[in-house]
Design a protein around this ligand. Structure first.
Ligand SMILES: Cc1ncc(COP(=O)(O)O)c(C=O)c1O
Length: 462
């Protein structure tokens, strides 16, 4: 495609005008739908249209606003959010108390010089140290969960001078090279091999497997820097380890001098009914990784917080050695994270999520009794998994929910288990509505499966 500066400017002006408008005309909306499909097809990736199609059938739902419990498309159609970017919206969509702080900060200054001291980063690090378990003290902020995992992995090697990482099969830690190296999913790793070589994967939930692997690596002259895991595996399909697992992991890491990294990018900040999922087992990791909901559902900010014993002279003497991301911990994002923590703590959102999660699970169990295709139901707080016998059944359920205005994951990768991750501020009334819609959708999917089976039988007899 040849460059055309005049057209580029025209397009940029057109889009700025659209953003600046309070109301769009019907024609403008129709044009935006057509533009979106064309632009994704020609300049992003046609694959996304197919992926979105998995729930929206014709790929023409264009999201344009959000508020409270829901997303809205260009025409104002509401979708109750039961997915929320896999857990971004714990405090709800554009929470007004968070938004007010962010807008005020935006009116002052957004990004930082990288030279002067920016006060909000310091305040945020202090608040985080006060709000995390154990002796966690020093923070490093970045912009994506994967980037935060990279920082955790680098810090572990820097601080321990050891080399190996141990992680879990089916674990998910993001898709940058280090993060995907310690992730445990074949489809995400295999095309990029070889990646970081000194990584061993063990079965999740099996503390004995971790200990054996550390012993074996030590026996052959290797050294283990860190063990990384999610307290509950999210992407793997909401896999909850046996009770006591994290405590056993903590004890094993202490016994062998291995750094324990808890990846709470998804489970953290109230999602599981505790501020941190590790706290449910009274465990404090050496490095805690956080992201997603940290920016209050408004801005992207992630990071790590580490025990002071890991903040060695190397790091103190060279504060750039871990990383120096241009946008990491910028004032605007820090304002969102501070306001988000204020909202979570002031309203004890983790306790609210614990109570609401128990209520929703109770209702879902009742629905499960009526529907054979819902073969398993598991979760903690608002991190809930609905398991179906086959991916295409999960896909049909996800699509049926979407058609009825409930958004869940339409993922191509693991749709056998649908994830339900509503905002923590969701009302009991909306939860009842979701359950009723799920019940209706499951009935419809079961009916169509029966019809398909009967059709097959007929054609076999003929
Ligand atoms: C546990 C966990 N770690 C890391 C990540 C990567 O985060 P990001 O997509 O922001 O890079 C995710 C994303 O889903 C996650 O669930």
């Amino acid at each position: 495609m040849a460059s055309d500066i005049k057209l580029a400017l025209e397009e940029a002006k057109k889009v700025c005008d659209l953003i600046l408008k309070d109301e769009l005309t019907r024609t403008e909306k129709d044009t935006m739908v057509a533009d979106s499909v064309r632009n994704f097809n020609d300049h992003v990736n046609p694959g996304w249209l197919k992926y979105r199609k998995s729930v929206s059938t014709d790929a023409t739902f264009v999201e344009w606003s959000d508020s409270g419990e829901s997303f809205y498309d260009l025409y104002g159609q509401e979708f109750i959010d039961c997915l929320g970017g896999f857990g971004i919206y714990t405090a709800g969509h554009r929470n007004p108390e968070i938004l007010e702080v962010v807008q005020k900060q935006l009116g002052r200054y957004a990004l930082h010089s990288q030279e002067l001291l920016d006060p909000l980063r310091g305040y945020l690090a202090n608040i985080l140290a006060l709000a995390t378990p154990g002796d966690l003290q020093y923070s490093f902020f970045c912009s994506s969960g994967a980037e935060a995992v990279e920082m955790a992995l680098k810090l572990a090697r820097l601080a321990s001078k050891k080399k190996y990482y141990i992680s879990t099969v089916n674990g998910f830690h993001g898709k940058t090279y280090g993060a995907v190296s310690v992730s445990g999913k074949y489809t995400y790793r295999q095309p990029y091999l070889p990646m970081i070589q000194a990584v061993a994967h063990v079965e999740f939930g099996n503390a004995q497997a971790l200990e054996t692997t550390i012993k074996n690596l030590n026996a052959v002259g290797e050294s283990v820097a860190a063990f990384i895991c999610e307290p509950i595996q999210g992407e793997a399909g909401i896999i909850i380890p046996p009770a006591g697992y994290l405590k056993q992991v903590r004890a094993i890491c202490d016994r062998y001098g291995v750094i324990m990294i808890a990846d709470e990018v998804q489970t953290g900040l109230g999602r599981t009914g505790y501020l941190w999922a590790c706290e449910a087992e009274d465990v404090a990791p050496d490095i805690l990784v956080f992201g997603k909901a940290f920016g209050g559902g408004i801005l992207p900010i992630t990071g790590i917080i580490a025990s002071p014993k890991l903040w060695t002279e190397d790091i103190v003497n060279n504060p750039w050695i871990l990383g120096s991301p241009t946008f990491g911990g910028n004032p605007l994002c820090c304002s969102a994270a501070i306001a988000s923590l204020r909202f979570l703590l002031e309203n004890d959102l983790p306790a609210q999520i614990r109570a609401k999660g128990a209520y929703l699970m109770g209702k879902l169990y009742t629905v499960q009794q009526k529907h054979e295709i819902l073969i398993d139901l598991r979760g903690r707080g608002f991190l809930i998994g609905l398991e179906f016998p086959e991916p295409f059944i999960g896909w049909s359920v996800s699509k049926g929910l979407f058609q009825r205005g409930v958004m869940t994951g339409g993922t191509l990768n693991n749709v056998k288990t649908l994830r339900i991750e509503p905002p923590g501020i969701i009302s009991y009334q909306t939860m009842d509505k979701i359950v009723a819609i799920l019940d209706e959708t499951l009935t419809e999917v079961e009916q169509s499966l029966r019809q398909a089976a009967a059709g097959k039988q007929c054609s076999t007899i003929q």
